[in-house]
Design a protein around this ligand. Structure first.
Ligand code: FAD
Length: 305
């Protein structure tokens, strides 16, 4: 219930203004967001690299219908990739992109062109791009853009949300040689007409999707902090003869750091999703919605404790 309210608030301009403008909020945001500037993100990435963790870096920003804002986001990614080059991201890093921030709602060809530029810049630095998945109305467009991007940049990846009914079929379509699929449970408020509701139905759907990806020929990116999903991944890897290098785990910056380090210490590739930038509101509210305990943490921090 609280989670649903927070997800609803994540789309409210009024709540956005109140929360974003409140100075103590920033302290709490710092638990989930690597900073507002590329330099702050770079410091975090260096720390993670030293802890043997790979990264996928997200320049925070969500839906825009303004062509100039979309271009500014694309330029921010190009500058980010340039700034990260000296860190030799090639083997350990990539960027994550939200197509809605590149103008997908305005004109999906515009989003495609911006995404192409970002993929080309990433490839020039030996790195790759993964497309985040947003609400269910964007999935067809995102997968169509993915197909076009993969013509020139076959390593471009995509997130698939297990909670959507359609995702089992999407996983079957994508479980092929060369494809990189990040499987997530799903973070948006979706109606019962398109998505499983309730934790156990979503978890069961996640396992079905995971099985398809692990049995296939692609490169599964298992994005979860859920111990049971991680244990099931290891069982499925055994069953389908996968080795440690042909799939990876992904987690969000600031969440279950202990688990991230333990898996990396055991030899797994663990990629941390590192968001940075000043447009952190939507991302932050989704993290609060995922776990009521985060709200208590938020309220304590606001109270100065
Ligand atoms: P849950 O069952 O939600 O959580 C399992 C355990 O993880 C919890 O018991 C708790 O210990 C811990 N945990 C989970 N969330 C939190 C939190 N916020 N704070 C503290 N502890 C927590 N969603 C999309 O819709 N589109 C995307 O493109 C997308 N990209 C993602 C990329 C990565 C790398 C990751 C890890 C997640 C992404 N997500 C995305 C979010 C995802 O859909 C889930 O909302 C989120 O990962 C929580 O689900 P879970 O699998 O960790 O399981």
């Amino acid at each position: 219930m609280l989670g649903q309210l927070l997800l609803a608030a994540s789309g409210s301009r009024l709540v956005r203004r109140c929360v974003s403008g409140f100075p103590p909020t920033r302290k709490v945001v710092g638990r989930f967001v690597a900073g507002e500037s590329a330099q702050e993100a770079r410091d975090v990435i260096e720390r993670l690299r030293d802890a043997k963790l790979a990264v996928t870096v997200d320049h925070l920003g969500e839906e825009t219908r303004d062509a100039r804002a979309a271009e500014a986001t694309a330029n921010a990614y190009l500058s980010l990739l340039e700034a990260l080059r000296p860190l030799e991201l090639a083997s350990r890093g990539e960027v994550s992109v939200k197509l809605s921030a590149l103008g997908q709602r305005l004109d999906d060809r515009m989003a495609l062109e911006h995404a192409r530029d970002i993929c080309a810049a990433a490839a020039a630095g030996g790195s790759t791009v993964t497309l985040d998945m947003e609400d269910h109305t964007t999935v067809d467009s995102t997968l169509a853009i993915l197909r076009k991007l993969r013509e020139d940049h076959p390593a471009t990846g995509v997130a698939i949300q297990a909670y959507l009914f359609r995702s089992e079929q999407d996983c079957r379509d994508l479980a092929a040689e060369g494809s990189r699929v990040r499987l997530v449970k799903g973070a948006y408020r979706e109606p019962a007409s398109v998505a499983h509701q309730g934790r156990s139905a979503v978890d069961r759907a996640y396992v079905r999707c995971l099985r398809t990806l692990m049995a296939g020929n692609g490169y599964p990116m298992v994005a979860t902090h859920d111990d049971r999903m991680i244990a099931i991944t290891e069982l499925l890897a055994d069953r389908f003869g996968r080795t440690i290098g042909d799939h990876e785990f992904q987690m969000l910056y600031g969440i279950r750091t202990d688990l991230q380090e333990a898996l990396a210490g055991a030899g797994h590739t663990v990629r941390v999703y590192v968001p940075y930038g000043d447009d952190w509101y939507g991302y932050f509210m989704r993290r609060l919605a995922e776990r009521p305990a985060n709200v208590a943490f938020f309220l304590r921090a606001l109270g100065g404790k």
